[in-house]
Write a protein that binds this ligand. Structure first.
Ligand code: SF4
Ligand code: SF4
Ligand SMILES: [Zn+2]
Length: 156
């Protein structure tokens, strides 16, 4: 089994930045029903394509909804898929691994992490992008998203 830093979802998510320690990535045997039943995973497998960006229906309605649901890490999907389409998987993985590694100590960085365990401040989310995101999010929100956003904002 490859490390998570080498894993990726067909939906354009980079597993190396995911904090779920009980999941080895959606290309390994599924750990729960959510992953087993994932539309992106199953549909791309049936179509025999590695990423949704190589599908004739890309971006389908479900993928568009996911990419625009305002959860911050889902906003990485569109740029990731566009990058993969243009530059290929290997180059994308190389860039992603570099991006989600602490420049000071080499530890893996996860989505939403603000400080590395070595003390290095992390700025994975550009402050301006966060403000735009927060604005869009609050304009179009519901309670569970608000709670998710609030816990992300205060660093839980
Ligand atoms: S959303 Fe689906 S395809 Fe994307 S990483 Fe999760 S299980 Fe895999
Ligand atoms: S973009 Fe294509 S492969 Fe991906 S979930 Fe939609 S229809 Fe399936
Ligand atoms: Zn560090």
């Amino acid at each position: 089994m490859a490390g998570k830093e080498l894993q990726y979802g067909p939906c354009g998510l980079f597993c190396g930045a995911c904090g779920a320690e009980d999941c080895a990535g959606c290309r390994e045997p599924p750990v729960d029903d959510t992953i087993s039943n994932c539309k992106f995973k199953n549909c791309s497998r049936d179509k025999k394509i590695e990423f949704c960006c190589f599908c004739g229906e890309y971006p389908c309605k479900e993928l568009l909804e996911r990419m625009n649901d305002k959860l911050p890490y889902h906003l990485t999907q569109k740029p990731n898929l566009e990058y993969i389409k243009k530059n290929g998987k290997e180059k994308w993985l190389w860039v992603q691994r570099k991006e989600w590694t602490c420049k000071t100590c080499g530890a893996r960085i996860k989505w939403y992490q603000k400080n590395c365990s070595c003390g290095q401040l992390l700025n994975a989310w550009d402050p301006l992008a966060i403000k735009i995101l927060a604005y869009q999010f609050l304009l179009n929100s519901n309670t569970s998203k608000m709670l998710s956003f609030a816990s992300w904002w205060i660093g839980l």
